[in-house]
Design a protein around this ligand. Structure first.
Ligand code: GLY
Length: 353
């Protein structure tokens, strides 16, 4: 088993190991104050894992309640959070009780937000069952739901008390869902130094790869929990990726948006002379090897317009993350009005195809 410390204001650990889901109750008992838990899951993860997790919490002395909602981005709304909060109240959860998020990124983000809001803040544990949730969404305390205007526009920072990653759950993932996790892994490679990129290319053992990714994320989040500066680097590919997701009517997966977003960022950086050449080509080859999209039919102008609503925008300035060398990125503040010009060079290569 791998163990990663996340040194936020309220520190916690991420544990990575096969079979950990069956130990969710005993492991959570060490970090949660109360003995009542609301297990939150969606219609994809619940049939596979809810029984195992419920039994594990019961064995550890917890009273359990459950809330299962439809899978998919459409359910990631305040209306679902409200139903969950009502269910928590009906189950008699008190301030010392907690929530367990069992599923992918949508489940984790929504459960975390409910935990932040319920009785002005309760504990929760993350039990991610997708690669994307393990390497990114479950760690770092970003919780959110979507608004009509865009993804994750309503949320709070609220750190979990524990993250348990059981790589056995990855075996049941459809290939496209596994691949979107690899988009975040490749994003971390583009940020986290050439060694991580080498290990991705060479196909490192999954338990270690997850731990390496969480270590990278933890080192950033521990220094900038609330995204004052450094943490913005983790948004590599996301400003453009969210825009592409939105333009597609959320018909493409988040990781697919990130994949295209990475290609836009790397291509724009190279063509504007901000990045050494070869970075975009390597990312394209790593992403394509996972069957992730590396082009989009939307034009650079459409993508720039859709990115205007990005939550990272501060006044008239957007800070985009651009690669500058292999495994190294920079924050690049730009007036919102100049964004279309920055990425126009992607048309015919990544965008508008
Ligand atoms: N997914 C980016 C972050 O957690 O900051």
């Amino acid at each position: 088993m791998e163990r990663v410390a996340v040194n936020t204001a309220a520190p916690y650990e991420a544990l990575i190991g096969r079979g950990l889901l069956a130990e969710a109750g005993a492991r959570s008992a060490g970090v949660l104050r109360g003995r009542k838990i609301m297990i939150v899951s969606d219609e994809n993860a619940a049939p596979l894992y809810l029984e195992r997790v419920r039994e594990s919490f019961a064995r550890a002395g917890f009273m359990t309640a459950e809330f299962v909602f439809p899978a998919g981005e459409e359910a990631k709304r305040l209306s679902t959070v409200e139903r969950l909060l009502d269910a928590a109240d009906a189950a008699g959860l008190t301030r010392t009780d907690g929530f367990a998020a069992l599923g992918g990124g949508v489940v984790g983000d929504l459960t975390g937000l409910a935990a932040a809001l319920y009785l002005r803040g309760t504990d929760f544990v993350q039990l991610p069952t997708t690669l994307l949730a393990m390497v990114d969404a479950s760690v770092g305390g970003k919780t959110a739901v979507n608004l009509t205007a865009g993804k994750n526009l309503c949320g709070a920072f609220h750190q979990p008390r524990l993250v348990l990653c059981d790589p056995d759950t990855l075996a049941t993932l459809p290939p496209a869902i596994y691949a979107e996790g690899m988009a975040e892994v490749i994003k971390h490679g583009a940020l986290g130094g050439p060694e991580l990129l080498d290990r991705i290319r060479d196909g490192e053992d999954m338990e270690r790869l997850i731990a390496d990714n969480i270590r990278l994320k933890s080192s950033v989040v521990s220094r900038d929990e609330r995204e004052g500066g450094l943490r913005q680097l983790l948004n590599l590919g996301h400003t453009f990726g969210h825009a592409v997701e939105k333009l597609s009517g959320f018909r493409i997966y988040h990781g697919e948006g990130v994949s295209v977003g990475l290609m836009i960022a790397a291509t724009a950086a190279e063509k504007n002379g901000l990045c050494v050449s070869g970075v975009a080509a390597e990312l394209r080859s790593l992403l394509a090897a996972q069957n992730l999209p590396v082009t989009t039919p939307f034009s650079a102008e459409e993508i720039a317009a859709a990115a205007m609503n990005d939550k990272k925008r501060r006044g008239d300035t957007l800070t985009v993350v651009l690669p500058e060398a292999r495994g190294k990125c920079m924050l690049y503040p730009i007036p919102a009005a100049e964004l279309a010009g920055l990425i126009a060079c992607c048309d015919g290569e990544v965008t508008g195809l």
